[in-house]
Structure formats: C-alpha cells, structure tokens
Design a protein around this ligand. Sequence first.
Ligand code: ZN
Ligand code: ZN
Length: 306
Amino acid sequence: MDKCHCGAEPSVFLNYSNAHLCQQHFIHMFDKRFRATVRNNQMIKKNDRVAIGLSGGKDSMVLLHSLAELKKDLPFELVAITIDEGIKGYREKTIKVAKAECVKLGVEHFVFSYEKEAGKTMDEIVSDNSEDIPCSHCGVMRRYLLNRSAREVNATKMATGHNLDDMAQTIMMNIMRNEPARLARLNEPMLKDAKFVQRIRPLMVTPEREVAIYAIMKDIELERMECPYARFAFRGHIRKMINEAEEKYPGTKFKIVNSLLEMEDALRAKYSKGAVLSACEKCGEPSSSNLCMYCKTVKFVNRKLV
Ligand SMILES: [Zn+2]
Ligand SMILES: [Zn+2]
C-alpha cells in the first residue's frame, strides 16, 4: 500500500498527479493551490472589498472558509451575498446555514430576493407558467442580481464558488453548442463597464471531488440539498462524459480548462470586434441591446397569462 510522502497512511489518492496524501498533506496541498490561484491570477489585491456569492452549498461554503483564512494574511474586506430565489423547503435551509457560518467567521451577510427585486418568487414563476421554466432564466436573474447587489454593497470583486468541474462542463457545453463567443466571455464580460463588478473564481482549478473531501475534513457546515427545479439535461450529459474521460485519462478536466485559458486572448480579440455596450432602457444596467437579458426575463415571467 502506497503511503503519503510523510510516511503516514494516505486518505486521498489523486490519480492525475499519482499522489497519495494523508489528511494533513491533502489540506496543505488544497490551501497552497487555492492561494496560488488567487495570487497568480491577481484575483485579490490589498484593500479589495470582496463579495462572495454564498449559496450555502459545498463550493461556496468552502470558498468562504478559504477566503476567511486568506484574509488573515492579506488585508482585504470580505462580505457575503445570498440570492433568495424564493423556493420553499430549499432556500430557507441554505440561507440558515450560510447565515450561521457568516456569524461564526465574522463576515457581514446580505440577502437579496427575487420577490423584492423582480416582483415574484421562483415558486410563483414556476406555478404561473404552464411550460417548464428553464434554469437559464433563473441563471440570468441570479447573475444580474449578484452583480447589482455586489455593487450596492460597494464590493470591488465578486467571488463565486465555481470549481474545475463546473468550468470544464461549461467550456465543453459551449463548444458542443458552437458558441465560441460565449467561451470568449466566460471569465469576464467582453467589454468593460464600471457597472460590472469583476468576477473571480478562486476554485476554478480545484476538482469538485476535492472540494467535497476538504469540506468533510474541515468539518464545514453545508446544505447538501439541491434546487428542486434543477433540470440540467445537457449539463448532466456533459458531466458524465467528462467524468468518464477523466477516469480513463486522468488530468482531462485540467486540460479542458487550461485550453480555454490558452485560447482566451485570441477568442476575445476575435469576438470583441463590433461588440457594443449601451445602457438598458429600463434598468440602466449595461446591455448589448435596448432591453437587457434580465429585464427581458422579468418581463417574460411577469407576462399576463390568458
Ligand atoms: Zn502526509
Ligand atoms: Zn435591464
């Protein structure tokens, strides 16, 4: 049986680097990679005010912990934002977990709701519509509200818990749907605007499995329940496909994400040509058309039904 390099019994095997690690050295590796990602990509600067999008699930809860740890060595401010979609039996639980952890870590926590901001809860939106409301609608609303609320709490950066698996899946989905322009703006909007709070993803090269292992080892409270409306048919297919490839060819997920990082500048140079940004005529937020995606979505979900 292989041992950790320190000689202790291993708890984790990482097949992409052929490493057996004991709990202590797994945590050490995890923290080191986290800090290197933040540093090498200049994600957080001294005196930044970082707002974390805190859903209460494992990724954002681990991110909250790692950022709170980092804060001990780098002077920056950390606040948390939870978007309450208004989903009974699900969101209350995650908000409770998120709130308790923020109190414990001394992080100020803000909650913004669909009900207050968009006029309807997700439960109402779903029950008012005869057809299936796709997750993409909810995603548009959540991303928009996260950005706007990050600005409202004076954040200079917005951190989200996207991990390596999320990134690899999104990249492959965009390739398989032939949407290279979306790939070009995956990491940042095509055009800069003072109203866009810069997004950072400090877990973007951390495999999902390792986030889960870390959460258990560090005894981090989290809510395991998933959104009851989640319909991820295509993403689910891609996830399975990538996991199978990873199993057979360890390191595949890193390679997918690194491919995008390598191609990003070229993609952005190509697709930023002719892109224009104006203000949404309804809400004033930056938009590439008269009405922004969010206002279009809110209009759609609030439309009069006959
Ligand atoms: Zn060890
Ligand atoms: Zn708008």
